[in-house]
Ligand binder design. Structure first.
Ligand code: CAA
Ligand code: NAD
Length: 287
């Protein structure tokens, strides 16, 4: 198994909001990045946004021009899981759905080299259950980045029941190599941050649904009243309402308390395809 310093090739699966930011971070840290998505349009959008983001950093003097262009060149878009066979570390950032993720882990277990570490960026799903889909549960781990990954300073690492100390140490020092601070969570639904964040977002939907206040006043209240950079409804749009609903369902099913039951307004927005900023409409509309 590769140590953090030996992690040279990183596979990233899912080139959406999170996968594109994770690919950018790994490339800027000097890794060869193989970026895979089921949707080729998502790959094109990811390459454009990563290039723009790195060039912005170069323009601000936070990265040399050469390092910026080299980082862009280190990212190769690929179209099949087989293309990840030489990766030392694979980070999965696909849709927040346990069955779909498990299917991917089964495939990854078959095609990646025996020493490869398989990480999930899941927001809430059990790492132990994802690991149990593979024959290498000691090499499966949660590596939870925050949105937007290039800016947010945290990575929450989740150990499954069988994650080895060596894999934990390698992923911790790799996260530090990406410039992040690490916290470690046991494998409980929603881990640390979403266990606390999502009930707040859900409560904001209840406040809107029951007519306590307008969406603007709810968000302004939490921004100016508690110094959050975004109000909870704006943050939900930023995260993706589909992701918020999936996490709340995992909390509700896993912890069994009605306080996690998703607000009907959130469910209705997702049913209507109002998934937030990424779709141009959620609680708010984006021009
Ligand atoms: N990629 C790269 N850089 C970005 C970026 C992105 N997607 N978005 C913003 N930036 C950079 C900007 O270039 C800017 O850089 P400079 O200051 O050097 O010019 C800086 O970030 C600030 O951006 P803006 O001035 O445009 O906007 P802002 O000050 O409002 O900050 C924000 C934007 C960082 C997103 C801020 O609003 C924020 O921190 N919001 C809360 C984010 C948050 O809570 N994320 C966690 C969500 S929960 C989660 O991720 C877990 C889960 O499982 C759901
Ligand atoms: P997204 O919708 O922006 O992107 C998901 C991408 O995965 C899409 O491009 C889709 O085409 C691709 N995809 C779906 N199924 C696939 C498959 N089987 N194989 C290959 N590609 C596939 O989603 P996102 O917001 O980037 O979230 C991705 C993961 O990261 C989820 O597990 C989510 O819970 C987690 N996460 C999200 C946030 C956030 O703020 N959005 C923060 C931390 C973690």
């Amino acid at each position: 198994m590769a140590t953090a310093g030996e992690i040279a090739a990183v596979g990233v699966i899912g080139a959406g909001q999170m996968g594109s930011g994770i690919a950018q971070l790994a490339a800027a840290a000097g890794c060869a990045v193989l970026l895979l998505d089921a949707d080729s349009a998502a790959l094109s959008r990811a390459v454009a946004s990563i290039s723009a983001s790195l060039r912005r950093l170069a323009a601000k003097g936070q990265l040399s021009q050469a390092a910026c262009e080299d980082s862009i060149k280190r990212i190769r878009c690929v179209s099949t899981v087989q293309d990840l066979r030489d990766a030392d570390l694979v980070i999965e950032a696909i849709v927040e759905n346990e069955d779909v993720k498990k299917k991917l882990f089964v495939e990854l277990d078959k095609i990646t080299k025996p020493s490869a570490i398989l990480a999930s960026n899941t927001s809430s799903i059990s790492i132990t259950r994802l690991a149990s889909a593979t024959k290498r549960p000691s090499q499966v781990i949660g590596m939870h980045f925050f949105n937007p990954p290039p800016i947010m300073k945290l990575i929450e690492i989740i150990r499954g029941a069988d994650t080895s100390d060596e894999v934990f140490a390698a992923v911790k020092s790799f996260s530090e190599r990406l410039g992040k601070t690490v916290i470690c969570s046991q494998d409980y639904p929603g881990f640390i941050v979403n266990r606390i964040l999502m009930p707040m977002i859900n409560e904001a939907f209840w406040a809107l649904y029951t007519g306590v206040a307008t969406q603007e006043d709810i968000d302004t209240g939490m921004k100016l009243g508690t110094n959050h950079p975004m109000g909870p409804l704006q943050l939900a749009d930023f995260i993706g309402l589909d992701v918020c609903l999936s996490v709340l369902r995992v909390l509700h099913n896993g912890l069994g308390d009605n306080k996690y039951s998703p607000c009907p307004l959130l469910v209705q927005y997702v049913d209507a395809g109002r998934l937030g900023k990424k779709r141009g409409v959620g609680v708010y509309s984006y021009g």
